[in-house]
Design a protein around this ligand. Structure first.
Ligand SMILES: Cc1cc2nc3c(=O)[nH]c(=O)nc-3n(C[C@H](O)[C@H](O)[C@H](O)COP(=O)(O)O)c2cc1C
Length: 307
């Protein structure tokens, strides 16, 4: 089994929100987790339609708040706001490949091809806060530019404390296998990421010289996986009970109407692979209130729980 500083829950936009993190912490109370990526523009302007701009992290323990953006001063301001909100560390997104972020805004993965801007942002963010700063990046922009080691050296020179490395390029998006390079003499600790699903995958990453392993999509519909890897939890006997609790947390956070719609994707992940899951998904997508949704979940998994 692994230690709390060896297993990390990856940042995932639209997924690792506060309710999902609460569910993960039922199984792995002290595991380091990341927020979803947070826009420095939205955060600093305190846009009201984005609930996460107002999250408090004081009670969340080991949590890294991830920011993205290309404006040096706003990134520093965003880091200060998140420090004040109680984040344990600040992570800078240097890997998001989606065009809206990487090409149209010059943020995320763009930092892999603009090391000058990346350095300015890292220096400004490190200077702005007293808590540790990390980066999350990929192997490089594309096959011809696999310069992750250079970016990580710059990060170390800027005072960034650790990095997470996803074993794909920006051009690969999420396709093809993630292949992590073996490390030697890394200037800062690096966490390996990409396609990690089992204890064996974690061990392989550690054997390559990484100090930890970051799990992303394997958490979908299986929020207990980090607890399993840490040896603090087993898979639940009844998934329905976990799903209802997760739904309850979403209702607390988003309100009933939004929670019912937003929970659909989680219902699909929780039920994936189970017999008659297609029919279940169709019924779930037709529910309009939390009571009906809760009833569908209870019926599907044969449990009796109330929100
Ligand atoms: C739906 C989705 C949302 C993601 N959002 C973020 C994000 O907000 N910030 C980030 O750094 N990476 C994000 N990622 C990338 C993951 O953190 C991770 O690097 C990637 O999924 C590879 O790990 P995996 O194979 O374990 O899923 C996202 C990935 C997915 C699938």
């Amino acid at each position: 089994m692994f230690a709390n500083n060896q297993i990390f829950g990856a940042p995932m936009a639209g997924i690792t929100d506060q309710p999902f993190r609460r569910i993960i912490r039922m199984f792995a109370p002290n595991v380091p987790l990341y927020t979803e990526m947070i826009s420095c523009h939205s955060l600093v302007a305190a846009h009201k339609n984005c609930l996460r701009n107002f999250d408090r992290y004081d009670a969340e323990g080991n949590i890294g708040a991830q920011i993205f953006g290309a404006d040096v001063n706003l990134m520093a301001d965003a880091a200060r706001i998140l420090q004040d909100a109680g984040a344990a560390w600040i992570d800078i997104n240097m890997g998001c490949p989606v065009p809206k972020v990487a090409t149209r805004s010059g943020a995320g993965a763009n930092m892999m091809r603009d090391h000058v801007l990346a350095e300015k942002i890292m220096r400004a963010v490190v200077r702005a806060v007293q808590i540790p700063v990390s980066i999350k990046t990929r192997l490089g922009w594309d096959d011809a530019h696999r310069d992750w080691a250079e970016l990580i050296q710059i990060a170390a020179d800027c005072g960034v404390r650790f990095a997470a490395l996803h074993g794909r390029t920006r051009a690969q998006l999420y396709t093809g296998a993630s292949v992590l390079p073996a490390l030697k003499d890394s200037p800062i600790p690096i966490i390996g990421n990409g396609d990690i699903k089992t204890a064996c995958d974690v061990q392989n990453v550690l054997n390559l010289g990484y100090c930890g392993a970051m799990v992303g999509r394997a958490m979908l519909g299986r929020p207990w996986i980090l607890g399993q890897l840490l040896g603090t939890a087993h898979a639940p006997q009844n998934i329905g009970q976990v799903a209802v609790r997760h739904l309850g947390y979403m209702v607390d956070y988003y309100g009933e109407r939004n929670a019912v719609t937003m929970f659909r994707k989680h219902a699909a992940w929780y039920s994936s692979g189970a017999p008659a899951s297609n029919e279940f998904r169709i019924r779930v997508n037709q529910t309009r209130n939390v009571r009906d949704l809760c009833n569908e979940i209870c019926e599907f998994w044969g449990c009796e729980v109330e929100i």
